[in-house]
Design a protein around this ligand. Sequence first.
Ligand code: PLP
Length: 389
Amino acid sequence: MSAVMPTYGRLPLEACKGEGAWLFDEQGNAYLDTFTGIAVCSLGHANPEIADVVASQARTLVHCSNFFHINSQEQLAEKLCQISGMDNVFFGNSGAEANECAIKIARMFASHKGISQPKIITTEHSFHGRTLATLSATGNPKVQKGFEPLVSGFVQVPYNDIAAVERLSNDPDIVAIMIEPVQGEGGVNVPADDYLNSIRALCDQNDWLLIADEIQTGIARTGQWFAYQHADITPDVVTSAKALGNGVPIGACLTHGKAAKLLQAGNHGSTYGGNPLSTSVAKKVLEIIERDGLVKQAEIQGAKLLQSLKARLLAHEKIKDIRGLGMMVGIELDQDCADLMKRGIDRGVLVNVTQGHVVRLLPALNMSDSQLDDLIDKICSLIEDYLAE
Ligand code: PLP
């Protein structure tokens, strides 16, 4: 029996080594990875430039605490603000921590307004993390079951339903809306083109903070640095993690305007957050994405991926929909298909299935064209053969 707490249903694969778009098991079998550790290793596994930064920073200074100035943290914050249009950044170690920070900012905003029982709007089928506050914000009862009482102050509306948000406009206790620009765990749900703009307008009318959870969609995944940039809006708060560290844990909560002034000394903190190791790595991640034009490449390769999958699979009667934005694509089947993850392993391709029936693809952003062709072929054959049985 394993000494590890059994919180994960594991697949029958022990990953021992990675190289770019490929993972390898102990026997040396290769697996083309379309999942990148849940949208984390966007620059590929064991990226040599990232490995160099990890090694050299580990030999220089891993950690010193936020009692001291940390140059790489300052530089990373500056770069994040430049690419996002935000004003300042708090660093933590994960997505859930970044969202906790965002929720605390909304609570502090409420406190300044004299609202004692504040509420934050979130959406059905959303995912915001596994801490108590973030699971309470999450629109999935399975994540919450057994952990009651939940943190109070979250109200949920259906995703992509602006009228449902409008109906809450006269509730004086609402202070913020927290939203994924494309829902990831919820099944790669891409909202209508004007949805985020309408949300921004409602936030402005009602003096609510707009919190964009970009933990899965951010850092070039959708063909913009952040997915809200497709809508050409500026949120008040943006959260980031996952691909920001390419596997080295880091989370960031970015704020703009009035939201940037709410947390002051003593209001929030983290022992590890923003340490020299994680911030040096994240700086390098952003540098590589910029140098190699990967924001644009995500847009171009993502469009090719989506079109190719549609051309080959969409006519199939058991495929309900194929959708996505950039290199974030979902193939919705009209039946449960969770066992496709295991089938994929048997055929040397790693896929994720979310919501039981949506195959979710989050491949590396720096794949070669021939790797992308290989990926498209492997995914289509996997699903076609599966559906033919
Ligand atoms: N928010 C979104 C949109 C996510 O997809 C995730 C993780 O999948 C999280 C938050 C939580 O991030 P973490 O697992 O790093 O705490």
